[in-house]
Design a protein around this ligand. Structure first.
Ligand SMILES: *Cc1c(COP(=O)(O)O)cnc(C)c1O
Length: 426
């Protein structure tokens, strides 16, 4: 066994996501996981403080999910999903719709968060087209993030991520995020566009994740959605990151009280084990695609749509999610985060410490820290890599978003590491 063998071989053949390959440190080879821990080639442990890009909720290599996956792989690994169906897809749709409630009546499968968003956008635009109404405008929030494919990029805020492609993205009307007193101006800006021309409004409920863990005013948000509904603007809730307990309730929209027309899910859906995307919608929207005219069909699908192994992983993850122990864990994390927030207030360089469900976030404001490409991010990487705590800041925003099974001791180690770092850069 050679030390660091994996990372050397990697650099010969692999191009990593969101990575400047010339300047980034060599990747750390991870060979196994258990609970909130990942282990490298020397069997050194790392604490997964951000749930491996926000997907993991029950811990790594969870034996129950792993067993279900293995059994399904021996039974049926994949099957075309047009003209055919299978038990995991049907059971998962039944259970998801029951759990989500509200107006949701149908499940459309794809294989990641971006595709779940693409499907929702196409459903919304074609819904109006099928009904013979020319609504082509789309609303989104400034600074939103809905994925990296072209449609998903179009409805995301323009940024360093989209800069090279901005001229090729379709036009979207961007609204300010809700504050305690901006409801009238939000409504006015929609009236200025022409509410009747708007097909849909896509948003990350309560929390803009990639945009910097921005938490916005829930009350104004709820009123805005209610107004949109009264003006027949379809609501697309992108719960790719907020779904499955992240913000406290099972889904963020539960706490808003305005039922959306579509919901996008991925990340935590399979407990973070397999790639799967879901777009749920109402029977009203579904019915607008029913016709003897083939042109009213939703012409969309992916090779791995509703993959049986992925659906089985999602069913297993749901079993664990619905166990009362899972909610207790989320409450435990929330309480510890709340105490940590109070400690953060002692650091003058910490700005806007905030908490929602199992997420805690804050900005570090130093003289030259600004935006995603700053050097503070590099300092954070280096410091926490040495500490073997996996943290990945968004610009100068630092956040913890752990698997729900993380232990109190592991959380204490993360909090301690952050306080040490803050002392160092203060
Ligand atoms: C991550 C994310 C996406 C994109 O999901 P991928 O699986 O990475 O394509 C879409 N919307 C939100 C809110 C996300 O956080």
């Amino acid at each position: 066994m050679h030390n660091n063998d994996l990372s050397k071989r990697d650099l010969e053949v692999i191009w990593h996501p969101y990575t400047q390959m010339q300047t980034a440190p060599a990747p750390i080879g991870i060979v196994r996981g258990a609970g909130a821990l990942l282990f490298d080639e020397q069997d050194q442990e790392y604490i997964d403080a951000t749930s491996s890009w926000w997907v993991n909720i029950h811990g790594h290599a969870h034996p129950y999910i792993a067993q279900q996956i293995a059994a399904q792989a021996m039974q049926l690994e994949h099957c075309i999903f047009a003209g055919y169906t299978h038990p995991p897809a049907v059971s998962l749709a039944e259970r998801l719709l029951k759990l989500i409630g509200g107006k949701q009546g149908k499940v459309f499968y794809s294989d990641n968060g971006s595709t779940a968003v693409e499907v929702a956008l196409k459903m919304a635009l074609q819904y109006w087209d099928n009904k013979g109404q020319a609504k082509r405008n789309i609303l989104a929030f400034k600074n939103a993030y809905h994925g990296d494919t072209f449609g998903a990029m179009s409805v995301s805020g323009r940024s360093v991520f989209t800069r090279v492609f901005d001229d090729l993205l379709f036009d979207v009307h961007f609204l300010d995020v809700p504050t305690a007193d901006n409801l009238p101006s939000l409504i006015q800006s929609i009236e200025d566009i022409g509410a009747e021309s708007i097909a849909a409004f896509i948003f990350e409920p309560l929390l803009q994740g990639s945009g910097g863990m921005i938490m916005y005013d829930a009350q104004t948000f709820a009123q805005l959605l209610k107004w949109c509904t009264s003006r027949e603007i379809l609501l697309i809730a992108d719960e790719v990151m907020t779904g499955f307990g992240r913000t406290g309730t099972n889904f963020a929209m539960e706490s808003i009280g305005v039922p959306p027309d579509m919901i996008c899910l991925s990340k935590g859906l399979t407990g973070g084990t397999m790639a799967l995307g879901v777009t749920t919608t109402t029977n009203e929207i579904y019915n607008a695609f029913l016709s003897n005219d083939k042109l009213k069909t939703l012409f969309h699908g992916h090779s791995f749509t509703a993959n049986p192994i992925a659906c089985t992983a999602a069913l297993a993850s749901l079993d664990l999610f619905l166990d009362p122990a899972c909610e207790e864990n989320r409450k435990r994390i929330h309480t510890l985060h709340s105490n940590f927030i109070e400690e953060l207030r002692n650091f003058p360089i910490v700005k806007k410490p905030r908490i929602l469900g199992t997420i805690v976030a804050f900005e570090i404001v130093t003289a030259n820290a600004d935006g995603y490409t700053n050097s503070l991010a590099d300092q954070v990487h280096t410091f926490f890599r040495k500490k073997r705590i996996m943290l990945r800041p968004l610009g100068n925003t630092l956040y913890i978003l752990p698997p729900y099974c993380i232990t109190n001791e592991q959380l204490a180690t993360i909090y301690g590491g952050i306080k040490e770092f803050l002392t160092l850069v203060s």
